[in-house]
Design a protein around this ligand. Structure first.
Ligand code: MN
Length: 232
């Protein structure tokens, strides 16, 4: 059987649970078996999902309820769904306990950080330093928007080299880094664009959307290939 990659649902809308197709196709074309994991509240069911899958992909989506990282909501916060947040954080913690691999994209990276007791800038206007606009205005998600530099010896450096040009679709960013995580990528304005958990074989978070760049930047396929490689 192919390597089973659990793709956690991106969100809920009108009583439906959904995953954006690009994530499913990215796992499929990298040689994995994509399995969509729905939102459930039962802890034993979550444990069964974690046992079932070899690796996990956490996707992009809306904002995380600030109370879950110990803050009151600020005026810059976007749409949140605490049911989804609690499910994804619980699942992430269960996956991390299992030692199994994780690729966490955009909101997924924020979930990884919050699951490790880190915090989020609710909006980039709240940083104490000047930042660029990380919500790009181009029409296509394939388009690059800024340069990301990778830390030497990190997984992201191994996979993508010294730097990459990426898209950017976020108005939030990691503030305080969670326990057992290290920063492995950042932009010139000091915003964290990648994190990793060195105590695991492959737990990597990226702030950009590699699943939308596979045609314009084929090296981004390395991230999905690596998730599947380490999940075997
Ligand atoms: Mn960015």
């Amino acid at each position: 059987m192919k390597t089973r990659i659990g793709i956690i649902i991106c969100g809920l809308e009108n009583n439906r649970q959904y995953v954006t197709d690009a994530y499913i196709q990215a796992v499929k074309s990298a040689g994995g078996l994509p399995l969509v994991l729905p939102l459930v509240k039962s802890k034993p069911t979550i444990l069964e999902y974690v046992t079932l899958c070899d690796g996990f992909l956490f996707c992009g989506g809306g904002d995380i309820t600030p109370l879950l990282f110990g803050e009151s909501p600020s005026f810059g916060i976007g749409n949140t769904d605490i049911t989804l947040d609690l499910f994804q954080i619980r699942l992430m913690k269960t996956v991390l306990s299992s030692q199994k691999p994780v690729l966490a994209i955009c909101r997924g990276m924020q979930i990884l950080n919050v699951a490790c007791n880190g915090t989020i800038y609710q909006d980039l206007n709240e940083t104490t330093f000047d930042t660029m606009n990380h919500m790009q205005a181009s029409l296509s998600r394939k388009d690059i928007s800024h340069k990301v530099v990778f830390e030497p010896k990190s997984k992201l450096h191994q996979l993508l080299g010294n730097f990459a040009y990426t898209n950017s679709y976020h108005h939030q960013a990691i503030h305080h880094l969670g326990k057992d995580l290290v920063v492995s990528a950042f932009t010139g304005d000091g915003i964290i664009e990648g994190i990793e958990m060195p105590s695991r074989t492959f737990v990597v978070g990226v702030q950009w959307h590699p699943e939308s760049m596979l045609e314009s930047a084929p090296n981004m396929k390395q991230l999905f290939h690596a998730l599947i490689y380490y999940s075997k």
